[in-house]
Design a protein around this ligand. Sequence first.
Ligand SMILES: [Zn+2]
Length: 56
Amino acid sequence: MKELNCCFICGAQNVDGIKIKDELLCLSCEKELIITFPLDVEYDTYLLKLKAILFS
Ligand SMILES: [Zn+2]
């Protein structure tokens, strides 16, 4: 019972979202990912965190 549904990108707790492996991506971060373009600085941050999860 230690599951907190904590988003692995923004750290928000008790949020709904999608599971990537055992990590939660909240809906707002999912939207950010979809609307964020490659030239945006934020995009690199997201990608790095995603890669860390997906390829760990
Ligand atoms: Zn989030």
